[in-house]
Design a protein around this ligand. Structure first.
Ligand code: PLP
Length: 394
């Protein structure tokens, strides 16, 4: 009997999903670095343009290497369709603008990646879309924010930078009762530990720049959802506005997916050890890590995530202490990326979240003592030694 790839475990999907071999039988997926495609006849060009015959037309629409990346990620996510984009931000931008038009209303969690927040707060209003920001952990806040013209909800869970977690299923129900679609930015959870579509979300977005590459090389993004919604909301906007992912980057990300599960699990083991070490240190006021029982939304995490992920945040009490910690690190880099093989730590209030108005930073609990750390693949002993020494210095 033929194998149905949808029945495979995630590990098998990540290695073999979406593979479309050329007649050469290559083992490693081929890189089709081509913009356009030749047709056998004028009639076959006509049929392809009409959408009556399968086949590629132009790299801005699709490409065989990009298609393999999209099919592999769709299989992993359990989505009807995946569309790759040039960055995580183009994925978030198109995910929103494909669903919204002038006069519509968006409700968004107030703790968001800086650029996502800028789109919701600054860009969408220019086109007649209003946004209400809510405390994403408060279900009544989502309900109360709904207006007759609410068409979309946007949430990041766990959220940047303090790892706040939202009950995805409950928020999906509120969205659907309001006639709105729920978009989940699933970067921090990764597709290994959380499947928002299965929890009730309509659209999932990724920055593939993070764990999916995971080795610091390329930008990439993805939008995933059911086949009908993906076609209706996103097919034309993707074709005509041009956020296509380069086939080279698709190829890098396709190979990144092969080792995603291994890397994320090892990073998560390391992160759990670092979180415990940081929590036990006298200089630490508070630790947030979705894998610890003292996380404020631990009960929700147990319901919807199968692992804590590789990012933690901790409060050292002041900007001075946080900076002393960062400056004392000898292995971990000071950098704002995350999901990488290399561990990195950052001071959100002076970097990723510096453009957020101070009152809003305080509202999400982001005071100047917080450090965010993305734990990588180095040896746990080396990382522990580096972090302990830096905490002593803080
Ligand atoms: C990094 C990130 C993005 C943006 O992705 P890019 O690939 O940098 O454009 C969006 N959302 C979250 C949660 C991120 O961490």
């Amino acid at each position: 009997m033929a194998e149905d790839p949808r029945d495979w475990t995630d590990e098998t999907k990540l290695v073999r999903g979406g593979m479309a071999r050329s007649p050469h039988g290559e083992i490693s997926e081929a890189l089709f670095l081509t913009q356009s495609f030749a047709y056998e006849s004028a009639a076959s060009a006509d049929a392809r343009f009409a959408g009556d015959a399968p086949g590629y037309i132009y790299q801005r629409f699709s490409n065989p290497t990009t298609q393999m990346f999209e099919d592999r990620l769709a299989l992993l996510e359990g989505a009807g369709q995946c569309r790759a984009t040039a960055s995580g931000m183009s994925a978030v931008h198109v995910a929103l603008t494909g669903l919204l038009r002038a006069g519509d209303h968006l409700v968004a969690g107030r703790a968001l990646f800086g650029s996502c927040r800028w789109i919701a707060a600054e860009l969408l209003p220019r086109f007649g879309v209003e946004t209400t920001f809510v405390d994403a952990t408060d279900l009544d806040a989502w309900k109360n924010a709904v207006r007759p013209n609410t068409r979309a909800f946007l949430v990041e869970s766990p959220a940047n930078p303090l790892l706040e977690v939202t009950a995805v299923g409950a928020v999906a129900e509120i969205a659907h009762a309001a006639g709105a679609r729920l978009i989940v930015d699933n970067v921090f959870a990764t597709p290994i530990f959380q499947k928002p579509l299965a929890l009730g979300a309509d659209v999932v977005v990724y920055s593939a720049t993070k764990h999916i590459d995971g080795q610091g090389r390329v930008l990439g993004g993805a939008i995933l959802g059911g086949e009908a919604l993906m076609t209706e909301a996103y097919k034309d906007i993707l074709r005509h506005t041009g956020p296509a992912l380069s086939p080279f980057n698709s190829w890098v990300l396709l190979k990144g997916l092969e080792t995603l599960e291994l890397r994320v699990r090892r990073q998560t083991e390391n992160a759990a050890k670092i979180a415990d070490l940081v929590a036990a240190h006298a200089k630490t006021r508070e630790v947030r890590y979705p894998g610890r029982p003292d996380h404020p939304q631990a009960a929700i995490i147990a319901n919807q995530m199968s692992g804590g992920g590789n990012v933690l945040a901790f409060d050292l009490g002041s900007r001075e202490a946080a900076w002393r910690f960062l400056d004392a690190l000898r292995i971990v880099d000071i950098s704002n990326n995350l999901g990488d093989a290399k561990s990195m730590a950052t001071h959100p209030s002076t970097t990723t979240h510096r453009s957020m108005p101070e009152a809003e930073r305080i509202a999400i609990g982001l005071t100047e003592g917080w450090v965010r750390m993305s734990v990588g693949l180095e040896g746990a002993g080396d990382l522990s030694r580096d972090v302990s020494r830096a905490l002593d210095a803080a």
